[in-house]
Design a protein around this ligand. Structure first.
Ligand code: BTN
Length: 334
């Protein structure tokens, strides 16, 4: 749906919402209140249902709004978000190839765009780290945030830590689940991955042109279905599988976006050490035995001892020597 039709639908929603307070309302009354045709009423009802609203229709009585949406639709996000940059513009698609690709295209085309959020209900070519496929069926929370952070290029490696911490906090606040952070940027529940972060950047030696942070949360998705469709040896779960009920994706998206802005501000005010300290305080990984996997092969084994100032993982090998790992996956023995 695009801007103009969104605006008309939201106007119709406001009318339907207030009319529903006293029961069902006929298509004819709705049409005259909104100044539209009866068939336009029907089209709006259909679009609202597609966006997750419950609109009851009873023969002879008319329509009634019986349930608000829990989908991350832009007008509901805008109403709730208390941010100044993140979410300044929101692009929403039922289906996209990849929100990451859309956000990168916006960054290239609009040099002023900052804080733009691109959300899709479903991605056909979702992208994960290390060129992996990210299976993104309906029910998940799939979005990308375009930022022009005023941080030195060398601090850009902090963004995945910023995002992972924001996602973790938001999930804990909405679900009360016990979450863990796994280097470099996985969000875990009971040793299984529930969300991941992807970073695309365009930067020069001194300045960052833009960064696009991609966030994928297996919210109301079937983890078994996802696991059967991804090329990863990692165990996968979803919030709905863990909780045995669905989560409110709208509420979750608001909290993630607000957390993102909060931790970005922390990064620019207090620098990388403050972000790393936040991340470490929410991770149970340090002090544990780990295997570092690169190109699907285990390359180092040792104890994860710290996160360095640039976000690398410090591992103490069995020989006693200390190495800095800048990329790869991790298997952690808890
Ligand atoms: C990972 O491999 O852990 C990172 C996954 C990131 C997936 C998100 S979903 C929204 C955005 N669009 C994409 O194509 N990928 C990211």
């Amino acid at each position: 749906m695009r801007k103009d039709s969104d605006r008309r639908m939201v106007e119709f929603l406001t009318i339907l919402e207030s009319a529903s307070a006293s029961g069902h309302v006929s298509g004819q009354i709705l049409a005259s209140k909104a100044g539209i045709s009866r068939s336009a009423v029907w089209k709006h009802v259909r679009s609202l249902r597609l966006c997750g609203y419950g609109v009851e229709s009873v023969h002879g009585l008319g329509y009634r709004l019986v349930r608000e949406t829990t989908a991350p639709v832009p007008w509901e996000l805008k109403k709730r978000l208390k941010t100044s940059v993140v979410g300044s513009q929101i692009v929403y698609r039922q289906v996209a190839d990849s929100t990451q690709a859309i956000a990168v295209a916006i960054a290239d085309k609009f040099p002023q765009a900052d804080g733009t959020v691109v959300i899709a209900e479903e991605q056909k070519s979702g992208r994960g780290r290390m060129r992996r496929r990210w299976f993104s069926p309906p029910g998940g929370l799939w979005f990308s945030v375009l930022l022009r952070p005023k941080v030195p290029t060398k601090e850009i490696t902090m963004l995945p830590f910023v995002a992972a911490t924001a996602v973790r906090d938001a999930i804990v606040e909405t679900t009360n689940l016990h979450l863990d952070l796994k280097w470099p940027n996985d969000i875990m529940v009971s040793g299984k991955k529930v969300a991941g972060i992807l970073l695309d950047i365009s930067a020069e030696a001194e300045v960052v042109n833009y960064a696009v942070i991609g966030i994928g949360v297996n919210a109301n998705t079937d983890a078994k279905l996802i696991a059967s469709r991804v090329d990863s040896s990692q165990a996968i779960t979803s919030l709905s599988d863990e909780l045995e009920h669905e989560v409110n994706r709208l509420e979750l998206a608001v909290l993630i976006l607000e957390g993102l802005e909060r931790y970005l501000n922390l990064l620019s005010l207090r620098g990388p050490s403050a972000i790393i300290a936040e991340w470490i305080s929410k991770s149970a990984m340090l002090g544990k035995r780990v295997t570092v996997v690169q190109n699907n092969k285990p390359v180092y084994e040792g104890v994860a001892s710290d996160i360095s100032g640039d976000g690398s993982l410090v591992v103490i090998l069995d020989s006693g020597s200390k190495i800095l790992v800048t990329s790869g996956d991790l298997r952690v023995r808890y």
